[in-house]
Write a protein that binds this ligand. Sequence first.
Ligand code: HEC
Length: 241
Amino acid sequence: MIRLFTGIAFILISSLSFAASGSIPLKPVLIDLNNKSSLQRGAQIYVNNCLGCHTLKYQRYVKFIDHLSLSKETIENNLIFTTGKNGEPTKIGSLILNSVNPDSAKEAFGVMPPDLTLIARSRGSEWLYTFLTSFYKDETRPLGVNNALYANVGMPHVLSWMEGLKTPVNLEKDQYEYVVKGAMTDKEYKKSITDLVNFLAYVSEPAQLDRYRIGFWVILFLSIFSFIAFLLKIEYWKDVK
Ligand code: HEC
């Protein structure tokens, strides 16, 4: 019994310290892996804005044919912008890599931009959504921006062309005012970030798509089977008084 209490206390304390480690509360985000057009838009935003620094080295472009319902040509023309060492176009069967030189990246940002294939699993979707909507102008930082969730982050606000640039009115309450306008409204930006996080959630575990599909048929089978078993039970027991 004492062990049980110690265990529960430990879990409570560790979850409290986890909650305290983020500087602002996480914002909710609705992930829908069945929404193919959201996944497609997320992939587009990713290759245009993130792949320059962050690889997805455990994923291949060719998987987008099945998972994102895209044709080979669409992928080759709209999602593959990299080339091989000798300038040859990257093949559709290739892993999603970039050509960042780790030494130059370290010099520019202080750290190597991490691979993001598993980021949605290690950080969680809500963390990613909050991170990508919490950049703000901060002249004291080398890149001119800071992040309310990830203090003193080494990443530039690469989506400021979409969002604009904001300064905090009240960081804890998530209140800002815009000092530079972006190409999108606040609502449009949040929708694009939802698509991007949706895409990262899919990339972190593509098997989720299969699980949902197979899960539907399993539940359907179990429901029909339970009904047949029920009829059988009535049949067997009907003469037993
Ligand atoms: C110009 C290079 C660059 C681009 C482009 C870029 N990032 Fe980053 N990113 C970085 C660097 C550098 C870090 C490491 C920051 C640190 O640890 O302080 C980082 C960190 C991150 C992290 C935090 C990882 C972690 O768990 O520590 C996430 C998430 C992230 N980037 C997502 C994105 C997304 C999504 C995009 C595209 C919209 C993007 N990044 C575009 C350079 C970049």
